[in-house]
Design a protein around this ligand. Structure first.
Ligand SMILES: Cc1cc2nc3c(=O)[nH]c(=O)nc-3n(C[C@H](O)[C@H](O)[C@H](O)COP(=O)(O)O)c2cc1C
Length: 182
């Protein structure tokens, strides 16, 4: 399977952007397998591996989830999404574990010449409805899907888009003590 090469680690990670619009082509099965293998090897608190992954390609399901709230309406047209289902036994550490596995999926998609995007179900009632659509037991912790595909753009097309770019290092790094200039 072809994969992208990068000149330096910064490039490999800086090119990992939130993609919402994708070409209408299937994600190759071997790419999905690779992504799941990478997800499986994510580290977790006490190695509990508290996750389950649902591969969603069914158009009707994606459409229904996309209608939960306007910021994720783009989900209706993605080729594939991976819903993350956490055990729900330790919400604090599982939130961390979910973030780790998500970032791995996004980085791996980029390495495979694809892209990805995070979609949150939303508030409590939208989470409950998202779980119902995907048949997720109510006692499990589920709040997001990671869309996967070949992006047409990584520019945020939504009217509600956040300010692009990132804060400078000077704004976010201290030396030895919080607030002391690095
Ligand atoms: C916790 C979390 C929730 C997010 N939820 C959504 C979402 O519901 N809809 C969406 O379009 N993007 C969502 N995003 C993507 C962010 O908007 C994106 O990461 C941010 O704007 C930076 O994008 P960039 O890496 O392309 O610069 C979410 C990201 C995170 C980390």
């Amino acid at each position: 399977m072809p994969y992208r090469t990068f000149s330096r680690p910064t490039e490999a990670v800086r090119t990992v952007r939130q993609a919402r619009l994708y070409h209408q082509e299937q994600v190759p099965a071997e790419a999905v397998e690779e992504l799941l293998e990478i997800a499986r090897w994510t580290g977790s608190a006490r190695n509990t591996q508290p996750w389950h992954f649902i591969i969603v390609t069914d158009r009707e399901k994606l459409r229904k989830v996309s209608q939960l709230r306007p910021p994720i309406n783009w989900l209706a047209d993605v080729p594939l999404a991976i819903a993350l289902v956490m055990d729900g036994a330790n919400p604090m550490s599982e939130a961390y574990d979910e973030g780790r596995v998500t970032e791995r999926l996004l980085i791996a998609a980029n390495m495979l010449g694809l892209g990805g995007g995070v979609a949150f179900f939303g508030d409590e009632s939208q989470v409950a409805e998202g779980k119902r659509i995907l048949g997720i037991p109510p006692d499990r912790l589920a709040r997001s899907l990671v869309a996967i595909g070949r992006p047409t753009t990584t520019t945020d097309h939504r009217p509600t888009r956040a300010t692009p770019g990132r804060k400078s290092l000077a704004e976010i790094v201290s030396q030895e003590r919080y607030g002391a200039r690095a």
